[in-house]
Structure formats: C-alpha cells, structure tokens
Design a protein around this ligand. Sequence first.
Ligand code: FAD
Ligand code: NAI
Length: 465
Amino acid sequence: MTEQVFDAVIIGSGPGGYVCAIRCAQLGMKTAIVEKSPCLGGTCLNVGCIPSKALLHSTELFHEAKHGEAHGLVFDNLRPDLGKLMERKEQVVNQLRKGVETLVSKRKITIFHGTGTFDSPTLLRIESGESVQKIEGRNFVIATGSVPTFLPFMQPDGERILTSTEALSLPEIPSSLLVVGAGAIGLELGSVWARLGTKVTFVEFLPTIAAGSDKDISRMAERIFKKQGMAFHTSTKVTGYEVVGNMVKLTAEKKGKQLELEAEKVLLSVGRKPFTEGLGLENIDLTTDERGRIPVSQFQTSIPGIYAIGDVIEGPMLAHKAEEDGVAVAELIAGRKPHVQYDRVPSVIYTDPEIASVGMTEELAEAAGKKFKVGTFPLLANGRAIAQASTNGMAKVIADAETDEILGASMIARGASEIIGSVVAHMEYGGSAEDLAGTIHAHPTISESFKEAALAVDKKAIHLL
Ligand code: FAD
Ligand code: NAI
C-alpha cells in the first residue's frame, strides 16, 4: 500500500474537478485527481454537454437540409445514418477526452482511477476492483457532481424508461418518445430525436416549459417547438406507467382530467441531484443538506481543508459554473481572494432557436420587489434573422428603473448562446441599458437585437415602430 502526500487532492474530474486541478498545479501545488470512471471529464464531457451538442449539431444540419427548398436547395434521398451520427459524437467526445488527459498530465498532476472515500479528514482511500491505495492531502476538493433524479414510482430501466445517458446513445430511431420534464435535458434531447423523425410528446408539471426562463421567452419557445412537430402537455403530472409489449403506457393528470399517453420510449428528465455516495462523508462528520448538497461557505465545508465545488454544492448545475468554482477554490487554497458571482452565470438551452439568459427574469425582478424597465425586440425586425430565415425569436433586457443598471437579459434566437456573453460582460462591469444600447454591434447580426432591446428600455428602438 502506497501513501503519498499531496497539497491538493481533487475528487472527481468533471469541469469543476479537472479545471481546479490545473489551476492548483499552475499555482505550484503538488496535485492529484481521483476519478472513479476510467475516463476523465465527468458528466459534461462523457454523457452531458459535449455529446448532446454533437447530436444537436448533426440533427440541426439534417433538419435544415430537409427544409432547404425555400433556399433553392433540394436534396434527393436525404436520410440520417444513425450509426455514423453516433460515431461522430463518440469521436468528438474522444478528442476532447484526449485533450483533457494531455492538459492534466502535462502539468504533472497525478491521476488515480478509483473511488475516493475519506478515512479521515486528511486521508483518502482509493479503491478500484481489488486494488486499494491511500493518499494524504493537505487540502481536498470534493467535485463529485450530480446524477439524475427519478420519480418514486418510475425508475429508469435503460431499455424503455431512459435517462439522458441512454437517450444520447440509442441504437435505433424510436417511433415515439414521451419526455417527462420539459427542462434543459428534455428540450435538447427531445429536439434531437424529433429532428430524426421520432414523434416527441412532453409532459411537464409546470405551466410553462424551460423552467426558470422568462415567461415571454418560454411561451414563445413552446409555440416554436410545437411548429417543429413536438407536442406539449404542461401543468400535467405523471401518475403512473406500465410497459405493455413494446410500448410504455403512461397515465397523467391535467387540471383534474386523466390522460393516457403511449410511446415506444420514455425519457425521464426531471432534474439532477448532488452525488456524494461512497465518499465516506460519515467518516469525517460531514452532513449534506435537505437537497443532498454539501453545505459550504466560500467553497469551504465545515471541515478545515476540505472544500466542495460544482454540482455537489449550491448554485446552478452548469459546467461553466463548476469551472469558475474550480478556479476560485484553487486560488483560495493558495491564499488569494477569489470571487464568483452566481447571479451572473449565463444559462443556455441549445434548442433551435437557442434560449439564453443571464441575471433576473421579469418574474424574478417582480418577486424581488425591484422597480424596473423592460425592452424587447422581435427577430422579425432583424435583417440577419430575415436573411437566414430564422425570425422566430426575441431579445429582452431588464434594467433598474432608477439606475438603468442591467438586471437581466434573455434571448431566444439562433446563435443566442454565443451572443449572451456580451451582455454578461456588460453586467460584470455594472453596465447600464444605455451602455449596451451605445455599444456598436456589427451589422447585420442577430446580436443587434440586444442593442435594440436595450434601446427599447427607454423607448428608443430604431427598427421598431
Ligand atoms: P461532474 O461533471 O458530474 O463530474 C463529477 C465526477 O466525479 C464524475 O466523473 C464522477 O465519476 C466522479 N466521482 C464521483 N464520486 C467520486 C468518488 N467518490 N471518487 C472518485 N470520483 C468520483 N451544463 C452546461 O453548462 N452546458 C450544457 O450544455 C450542459 N449539458 C448537459 C447535458 C446533459 C445531458 C447533462 C446530463 C448535463 C449537462 N450539463 C450542461 C450539466 C453539466 O454536465 C454539469 O453541470 C457538470 O458536469 C458539473 O460538473 P462537476 O465537475 O460538478 O461534476
Ligand atoms: P431541469 O430542472 O432543467 O428540468 C426538469 C423539469 O422537469 C422541470 O421543468 C420540472 O418542472 C419538470 N418535472 C419535475 N418533476 C416532474 C414530474 N413529476 N412530471 C413532469 N415534469 C416534472 O432538469 P433536467 O432537464 O433534468 O436537467 C438537469 C440539469 O442539468 C439542469 O437543471 C441543468 O442544470 C443541467 N443541464 C444543462 C444543460 C444546458 O446548460 N444546456 C443541458 C442539460 C442539462
């Protein structure tokens, strides 16, 4: 049994963990990563952000080509080759896995493959099959991420009832798919399969889809996605299911009425929960909160020298948030004073059009008792959107009524994921709607609709009557 001592031991190699390890190494610490999976990269790289975006891109190309006639593009015998599509997705994931491995190994970070369990606040046991190793750490960072949640009466079986992991790798295009939960995972993976020809029906507990989005945006999203052929049952609660032959029969309740729905597969996408199983938190008297998260104050747990970051703590369960946490905690260990502002973490749902937002929605601003002004701009009046036939969408800016400071912004538009960053930057520097309105945007771009929405905050939009 070997016992090595490290300045920083990072448990989990997702976007939180590996980024934290790299920053620790940059800051001169002797660093180790402990990862229970054979591959580095965590949920995001292996079964999350990256494979889903690869599939979204391929299927968007297919969908565009299918509707190419208006552009004078006619494809004969156009059809998806699912095998190749999945192969490309795997190549993308493999390329990035190699990239992470190189980044980590070149910085002389030691990688231990195995499950990390605390024996004491300074000693971690690493088990992989028969092999057991123990390492000592002056500091530990828990970056063990999250796993899907299920319904008490509905557990995934990997065959008919799927989680996102199986829905990213189906060997055949299902004829029909019921998606329980119209949040980020449901909308993205529902879009993938709908574009490939699957009849996709959503069952969503809340009155609107894309939970947490601005109401104007989520209503518009639902209208657009319905036109794309997807069906939605909102304000609907799933009450039970049974597998009958090759089909799943689902019962649900919508405003007091019983519904019966049927499909070949069901995707359960009702949220994710922090993952701490096997960490041995009980051995170090570290308890989780009612939502399973590790309580922290500035990433510091109640045990000195043990930190936690990413999906396993408070804040949005997003890869870029986990990365920021990772950098911040490395700097904290090195004695610096980092700062992560969770209310400026952008979020994107990568449907077509994409739904991107940062800061407060109108509903949140109201709930917070803020006095605010709103500016909106429809893509129907945006030249680039008309040129590329993507006029479905809008931009919305919310500014403080007195100071004009931008409180939040949302956009539903093709390419919104790349555009939202400019508003995040304005907010980061305390920018006002007037600042955004006065920023020169290239023409013709979809991003101009944010400038126009910012102008509209003071009723000064140019391209809108
Ligand atoms: P994870 O990435 O979950 O990594 C945790 C790692 O810890 C895992 O590798 C796990 O094996 C390891 N581990 C756990 N316990 C132990 C242990 N005891 N010992 C050793 N290792 C352990 N977010 C976005 O921002 N953008 C997106 O587009 C996006 N798309 C997504 C799509 C899907 C389908 C899913 C499921 C998620 C998506 N997310 C997206 C969310 C994103 O994946 C997570 O927010 C992110 O991965 C969290 O990073 P993390 O480092 O906290 O944890
Ligand atoms: P989610 O929280 O985004 O959406 C879950 C949806 O399920 C909600 O709308 C909720 O109202 C609904 N729901 C819950 N219980 C239900 C029930 N019994 N019946 C019907 N509907 C029910 O969770 P999701 O989509 O599973 O994703 C998990 C997390 O992963 C996200 O919150 C996000 O943090 C991350 N993610 C991020 C992505 C991105 O950034 N593009 C993509 C995919 C995931």
